[in-house]
Design a protein around this ligand. Structure first.
Ligand SMILES: Nc1ncnc2c1ncn2[C@@H]1O[C@H](COP(=O)(O)OP(=O)(O)O)[C@@H](O)[C@H]1O
Ligand SMILES: [Mg+2]
Length: 227
């Protein structure tokens, strides 16, 4: 269960205040898939960064399984993030100097997880790239890199997946393949997911669709989601 209560976040441009989130409220039950729409600059990435504890709000609570992560030290927040959160980015963000296998090993190492080799092989098989363990990211297509990034987000078995425009840098068909993959693996594992997207093709995957505008959320009906 993920809960944001009365969260506010301001940024300043010189002395001008820009309120990105205003008394923001969101509750996501375990296993729910949320799609988040909103114009560029509306605060979608800021929201994901606050949920992951990379960024902290100016006020309000961010509760993951009942623990308010805004009350934790930075070190405790980092440990929580490493164990409970998986991130998928628009530009994949694989580490170029590490092989696929080493990229997948990193989240496991950071959590001192066991059975690393078996988990990596099994995860690579789930994303359809079992033979690419020793390949470097720059030898993979964009779609393949994003498959590996999905594997990296899931390999340490986090409760929450945060995906920031995961198909935004892919052509239409490749984007659909990533959506199918997320539908398969994230749903099957019962993970909670918050996905920022501009793609209507993702909407079928969602349990709920929200739009972020002027610091607040409005829920859209699935059939009528427009931006
Ligand atoms: N670290 C920061 N310092 C100052 N302003 C920021 C910072 N991060 C984001 N912003 C501002 O906050 C607003 C929301 O940004 P962001 O969350 O990246 O939006 P989105 O992901 O919806 O495009 C933008 O106006 C952006 O310029
Ligand atoms: Mg963004």
């Amino acid at each position: 269960m993920l809960e944001l209560k009365n969260v506010s976040k301001d940024y300043y441009e010189g002395s001008r205040k820009h309120s990105v989130l205003k008394n923001f409220e969101l509750t996501v039950p375990e296993g729910e898939i949320i799609i988040l729409l909103g114009k560029s600059g509306s605060g979608k990435s800021t929201l994901l960064n606050i949920i992951s504890g990379i960024d902290v709000p100016d006020s309000g609570a961010v509760k993951i399984d009942g623990t308010d992560i805004t009350k934790l030290s930075e070190k405790e927040r980092t440990l929580t993030r490493r164990s409970k959160i998986g991130f998928i980015f628009q530009f994949f963000n694989l580490i170029p100097t590490l092989t696929v296998k080493e990229n997948l090993q990193l989240p496991l190492e950071l959590n001192n997880d066991d059975n690393q080799d078996e988990r990596i092989i099994s995860m690579l098989t789930e994303v359809g790239l079992p033979e690419r363990a020793d390949t470097y990211p720059d030898k993979l297509s964009g779609g393949e890199q994003q498959r590996i990034a999905v594997a990296r987000a899931l390999i340490h078995n986090p409760d929450i997946i945060l995906a920031d425009e995961p198909t935004g840098n892919l052509d239409y068909d490749t984007g659909l393949q990533i959506v199918d993959l997320l539908d398969r693996v994230v749903k099957k594992k019962g993970k909670t997911m918050i996905m920022v997207t501009h793609s209507r093709d993702v909407i079928g995957l969602a349990d709920r669709i929200y739009s972020l505008r002027e610091g607040r959320l409005t829920e859209s009906a699935k059939g009528s989601a427009v931006e």
